[in-house]
Design a protein around this ligand. Sequence first.
Ligand SMILES: NC(=O)c1ccc[n+]([C@@H]2O[C@H](COP(=O)([O-])OP(=O)(O)OC[C@H]3O[C@@H](n4cnc5c(N)ncnc54)[C@H](OP(=O)(O)O)[C@@H]3O)[C@@H](O)[C@H]2O)c1
Length: 265
Amino acid sequence: MPRRRHAVTVRAVRQVFPTDSGAADLDPVDLVHDDVRQTDGTRPWVLMNMIASADGATAVDGTSGGLGGDADRRLLGTLRGLADVILVGAGTARAENYRAPRTPDDRVGVLRATSGRPPRPRLALVSASLALDPTALMFRPVDPADPPPLIYTATGAPSDRRQALARVAEVVAAGDGDRVDVGMVMADLSARGVGVVLAEGGPSLNHQLVAAGLVDEVNLTISPLLVAGTARRILSGPALTAPAGLRLDRVLTADGFLFCRYLTA
Ligand SMILES: NC(=O)c1ccc[n+]([C@@H]2O[C@H](COP(=O)([O-])OP(=O)(O)OC[C@H]3O[C@@H](n4cnc5c(N)ncnc54)[C@H](OP(=O)(O)O)[C@@H]3O)[C@@H](O)[C@H]2O)c1
């Protein structure tokens, strides 16, 4: 998700857990790209990335931009750089005016090339209504050779919108009626050889992924702000059958932000 406002100068990125790196300015690329992301091969590794205020709000005035800062953007860019696919719900794509994923910074770009990945991750959207503007920025490729965004929809999607979007995207039916089955989405991505999915929200889609046991890693940025209001938490939906446990793997800090990496197993 683009996080534009609240710009600050990034001071040192420091690790505070499991060991304290002291004053050293770490490059998140070194850490994040060395992490092991291996599943049993039946589906991609799913990494959920969200930012929330200290009181749990995921948006200010309807977008996440007011929560972020330079350090957060740097980490997000790093995570995007290791993803094969960026998965997002249509609500977030509309609210945040999503763009086609851009080319990662030089270092990340080199790492992508070395590991045989295409220069940019592919965007994948989930939408029942297909109320997406085919002229939106997310459908304008950085390079005409890039594969178009994937749109996962259900059988009940309006056919006129499906036809209009098929000119700028690959529209895939992955569910009946008005409900996309997130398990079918993962099966399709797996069949396409996708290894790492960066799930960027929003809270509704996150809830479904967690409820279906499809999330391997949660990267949660805690922004040093209190927001209150009606903004949702990082998961939005009914209580899970049982709380999903998380294992804290790493905590970084910069500019008053905390960057927590959790693993689900
Ligand atoms: N803080 C953060 O890191 C962060 C990250 C992401 C988003 N956000 C915020 O979260 C808010 C948006 O939240 P949200 O929960 O509405 O977003 P969302 O989960 O991105 O979008 C919900 C929409 O996605 C589609 N969708 C999701 N699951 C579906 C399914 N199983 N089948 C068919 N369609 C499905 C539907 O689109 P259609 O309506 O097109 O059918 C649904 O209305 C925004 O304010 C955004 O700024 C914050």
